[in-house]
Design a protein around this ligand. Structure first.
Ligand code: HEM
Length: 199
């Protein structure tokens, strides 16, 4: 990954720049797998989302990030993905052979956890595009695509609130590097889960 001019960019912008390549590859992978071509493909996308959001769910209870998360009004969205699976008549449970949840052995430090949360919350920015894809399959934010619904306050307002918390978080230079490493690790994990879900 190219070095980014750290002082010139805020944390959210640095995270975006440092993860642009791995994010782009993930988008392409998901679209190439036919996630929005038919409901069978979308079902595999839901499995992917289920595993990713199960990984991320414990981070929303990270004790060192409680203030930031409350202020930003963010919470885990695993239950929404599970509703979508149920709407499509798919099992909510983890399938046999799926990778173990990423943090089954314990929570990471606050800095890499923030990087992970950047990835999970940031994915809502692309949600409008994905919701359109789901609508093309006859699904809506009230049936089958709950987890792609925009935040009540609006996508950008929500994102601004989250990134304000990110900018204010008490991290030194090493912590910022760990945060970026956490975001890259989250995207790499998403690739591994896409491999499992889409085969
Ligand atoms: C086919 C699937 C996907 C598409 C088409 C897509 C598309 C997009 C789009 C259009 C944006 C907004 C970019 C902007 O406003 O500058 C975005 C942002 C983002 N997406 Fe995705 N995305 C997809 C999947 C994902 C997934 C699965 C994740 C997480 C694992 C993810 C993480 C992010 C993040 C972190 C951002 C915020 C970037 C920023 O800092 O502004 N995306 N995506």
């Amino acid at each position: 990954m190219d070095a980014v001019d750290a002082p010139a960019l805020g944390r959210a912008a640095r995270l975006k720049a440092e993860t642009a390549a791995v994010h782009g590859r993930l988008d392409a992978r998901i679209m190439a797998a036919g996630a929005f071509t038919d409901r069978a493909g979308y079902g595999r996308f839901l499995l992917f989302q289920r595993l990713l959001h199960e990984d991320g769910a414990p981070l929303y209870g990270h004790p060192a990030l409680a203030g930031l998360l409350a202020e930003a009004g963010v919470g885990a969205r695993l239950h929404l993905v599970e509703r979508d699976l149920a709407d499509l008549g798919q099992p909510r449970s983890r399938p046999a052979g799926a990778p173990e949840p990423a943090f089954a052995m314990g929570l990471p430090d606050a800095a890499p956890a923030l990087g992970w949360l950047y990835v999970l919350e940031g994915s809502r920015l692309g949600g409008a595009v994905l919701l359109k894809g789901a609508q093309g399959l006859g699904l809506t934010a009230a049936f089958g695509a709950h987890h792609l619904a925009p935040a009540h306050e609006g996508v950008l307002a929500h994102w601004r609130r989250f990134t304000a918390g990110l900018e204010d978080a008490d991290l030194d230079g090493v912590g910022e590097q760990q945060m970026i490493a956490g975001a890259i690790a989250a995207f790499q994990r998403a690739h591994a889960l896409a491999d499992f879900a889409f085969g």
